[in-house]
Design a protein around this ligand. Structure first.
Ligand code: SF4
Length: 191
């Protein structure tokens, strides 16, 4: 807290952006889990593009981008590249961002089979269904789910599913204060 106060009096606020790609928003829920700690954080940072602010497009260059989820479709790739362009430091938050997580389970099955199972042959498919959605306005599904560091350079990873809220913001604060920080394995959180 002292460091935050000192930082507040001597520095401009840092800008943070966040996004959810192929994730479940659990990591974003965890980000909000620090409750009143968020007020301390807001002394030194401001949020730009993020579901937290509902700002849809970058309005300024950001210091840190927090990425939840990996890349399962062409839109995810576009957003991730946009974050790389607009943020000095990119952080993959959670297992989906780090290695694909739950969505990457489909990587063990050919894409055509996944689509057939989802749209034509599942228990809830309409009888005789023949159409797999495919329109130029719909992002194309990738052949597999990619981890973010396979697509762009990622500077830091925060493990967990979802990572503990305090760990997420400790990482952010240590990046802000340019200090080393590492989480011991027993502290990783998997719900
Ligand atoms: Fe959800 Fe876990 Fe993936 Fe975060 S890491 S998006 S909580 S499944």
């Amino acid at each position: 807290l002292d460091k935050i106060k000192k930082h507040k009096t001597t520095n401009k606020k840092k800008r943070i952006a966040t996004t959810s790609l192929a994730g479940c928003f659990g990591c974003h829920m965890s980000m909000l889990d620090i409750d009143l700690g968020l007020l301390d954080l807001l002394e030194v940072v401001e949020f730009n593009k993020s579901p937290i602010t509902d700002i849809k497009n970058f309005t300024e260059h950001c210091d840190i981008g927090l990425i939840e989820g990996g890349c399962c479709n062409t839109h995810n790739i576009e957003v991730l590249r946009e974050f790389r362009k607009h943020c000095d430091i990119l952080v993959s938050v959670g297992e989906c961002a780090i290695w694909g997580g739950l969505p990457a389970i489909r990587n063990t099955v050919p894409l055509e089979e996944c689509l057939r199972e989802a749209y034509l042959e599942s228990m809830t498919s309409e009888e005789g269904a023949t159409i797999i959605p495919n329109h130029e306005d719909i992002p194309k599904i990738l052949n597999k789910v990619y981890s973010n560091h396979e697509v762009v350079k990622i500077d830091y990873h925060i493990p967990g599913c979802p990572p503990n809220a305090n760990h997420i913001w400790n990482v952010v604060k240590h990046i802000l204060f340019e200090e080393e920080y590492s989480i011991a394995y027993p502290e990783f959180k998997y719900d």
